[in-house]
Design a protein around this ligand. Structure first.
Ligand code: CO8
Length: 259
């Protein structure tokens, strides 16, 4: 498939989507959301993939939803635009394989929301995070009012959403919004190293872990623990469980087969 507003690349078992509107700081318009939607479906259909990386071209990750496009919308169109973003981001969140946000620069509004729909966020020291919507007379509309509080707690979520203040990468690390911060020229290498590390592990076990964390995070502890029990049990039906435990006992490196 060819895309107008994103780049889609595959390197061995790792896919990478780069939002590619650098002149608009990769702002999300309808075309980007449609391309992202199609690319996520492509990732989902490719059983050889183990990790997806999402990043932005140039000096920005994503500087938000496209304010120029949004400013022309009537309420029904705005609801549909919001719905589209929410649906694409939810597809990213529920993709069976892990998704890493490689946050190279601005992650504002819809950009912060996109990063939060990913499993793990690795930021450059040049990254800037925030939910500036209330300064525009709107509110977060691509999941920010829900995912931010789940990641950093209600106190910080309310602080950031009510004040529309942007925070630098080191503060984002301190409050748990990102998992690591590295110098901008080290970012790609750091993310690739993490992606390769995940890709080398037992793929079915990684997917079952993601499912248990995502589903378990939405239910009470006892229901969550039942999900873990079931998924843990399921790993014992895989060849990779035999491979992994045998390799440990024989002091060898496990070569997993996704079986
Ligand atoms: N939308 C459209 N264009 C943008 C956006 C954006 N979000 N951000 C930047 N651009 C464009 C600028 O207009 C400019 O274009 P041009 O060269 O044609 O004038 C170009 O990108 C470069 O931007 P700047 O000249 O402003 O670059 P600076 O380095 O001076 O500033 C900033 C960078 C601080 C990132 C600044 O561009 C900025 O504040 N951008 C807007 C950030 C923002 O408010 N984001 C939140 C948007 S709202 C949102 O995301 C809601 C999500 C939910 C939507 C629900 C749908 C209903």
């Amino acid at each position: 498939m060819t895309y107008e507003t994103i780049k889609y690349e595959i390197n061995e078992s790792i896919a990478k989507i780069t939002i590619n509107r650098p002149d608009a700081l990769n702002a999300l318009n309808s075309d980007v959301l449609n391309d992202l939607d199609k690319a996520i479906e492509e990732v989902k259909d490719n059983s050889d993939l183990r990790v997806l990386i999402i990043t932005g071209e140039g000096r920005s990750f994503v500087a938000g939803a496209d304010i120029k496009e949004m400013s022309e919308l009537n309420p029904i169109q705005a609801r549909d635009f919001g719905k589209k973003g929410i649906s694409v981001f939810r597809k990213i969140e529920t993709l069976p394989i892990p998704v890493i946000a490689q946050v190279n620069g601005f992650a504002l509004g819809g950009g912060c929301e996109l990063a939060m729909a990913c499993d793990i966020r690795i930021a450059s020291d040049k990254a800037l995070f925030g939910q500036p919507e209330v300064g525009l007379g709107i509110m977060p509309g691509f999941g920010g009012s829900q995912r931010l509080q789940r990641l950093v707690g209600q106190g910080w979520a309310k602080y950031l959403i009510y004040s529309a203040e942007n925070i630098k990468a080191d503060k984002a690390l301190e409050i748990g919004l990102v998992q690591d911060v590295v110098e901008v020229d080290q970012l790609e290498q750091r993310v690739n190293q993490l992606a390769n590390s995940i890709a080398s592990k037992a793929p079915i076990a990684v997917k079952l872990s993601k499912e248990a964390i995502n589903t378990g995070g939405q239910v009470d502890i006892d229901s969550g623990l039942r999900i873990e029990e079931n998924n843990f049990g399921l790993t014992f039906s895989t060849e990779d469980m035999k491979t992994g435990t045998k390799a440990f006992i024989n002091k060898e490196k496990a070569e997993f087969q996704n079986k």
